[in-house]
Design a binder for this molecule. Structure first.
Ligand code: ADP
Length: 191
């Protein structure tokens, strides 16, 4: 089994690169942002609760996302591996994920961290907001999401660094050159 975390700030290209990685390697995609948006569209109790946080650019509480991940893992036994996109976003989520995976004897193999400058992130998120229709892609909420990232999510990189699992990849350039760098690192980690 091969488990990969694609890590990076909002707007770093995790979604775009995940779909390309999925095409090439047979991994199951788990995007907490996508799952939460589906729950919102269904107006499920979880979706309604999550919306309050998401619309303000705040992270959804750990218990909620950890529960979602646990069910996703159980729903997909005997797969080649998972690609986690937008998760874990706090150290508590990273620890919970390690516990869940240890239980299955299939740890995280590698964490690929996309590096993008703050200026480029803001430009990308604002231009995505013009076409995505996502209510959290306006300037005020984007600033709040970047702030949440620095406060709560960037420590996750240190967590994986201390476990020697973090690999940094330049997240600027064309989609294809970034993809090639990611594939090189995946191939290295699979050897
Ligand atoms: P981004 O483009 O900012 O990376 P996502 O689609 O991954 O966006 O997430 C959108 C929003 O969903 C976040 O701002 C947050 O409110 C919520 N969310 C997604 N994943 C998580 C998570 N792992 N923990 C807490 N909140 C999350």
């Amino acid at each position: 089994m091969f488990n990969l975390v694609l890590f990076g700030p909002p707007g770093s290209g995790k979604g775009t690169q995940s779909s390309k990685i999925l095409e090439k390697y047979s991994l199951v995609h788990i995007s907490t942002g996508d799952i939460l948006r589906i729950e919102q569209a269904k107006e499920s109790p979880l979706g309604i609760e999550a919306k309050k946080f998401m619309d303000q650019g705040m992270l959804v509480p750990d218990e909620v996302v950890i529960g979602m991940i646990s069910s996703k893992l159980d729903e997909n036994p005997n797969v080649a591996g998972f690609i986690f996109d937008g998760f874990p976003r706090t150290v508590a989520q990273a620890q919970a994920l390690d516990n869940l995976l240890d239980f299955k004897n299939n740890p995280i193999n590698v964490v690929l961290s996309l590096l993008v400058t703050e200026e480029e992130l803001k430009t990308r998120l604002i231009s995505r907001g013009e076409s995505s229709g996502r209510p959290d892609d306006n300037e005020e909420v984007i600033m709040k999401r970047i702030k949440e990232y620095h406060a709560k999510t960037s420590p996750v990189a240190d967590y994986y660094k201390s476990k020697n699992k973090l690999v940094e990849v330049k997240g600027e350039g064309t989609v294809d050159t970034i993809f090639d760098s990611l594939c090189d690192e995946i191939d290295n980690a699979q050897e």
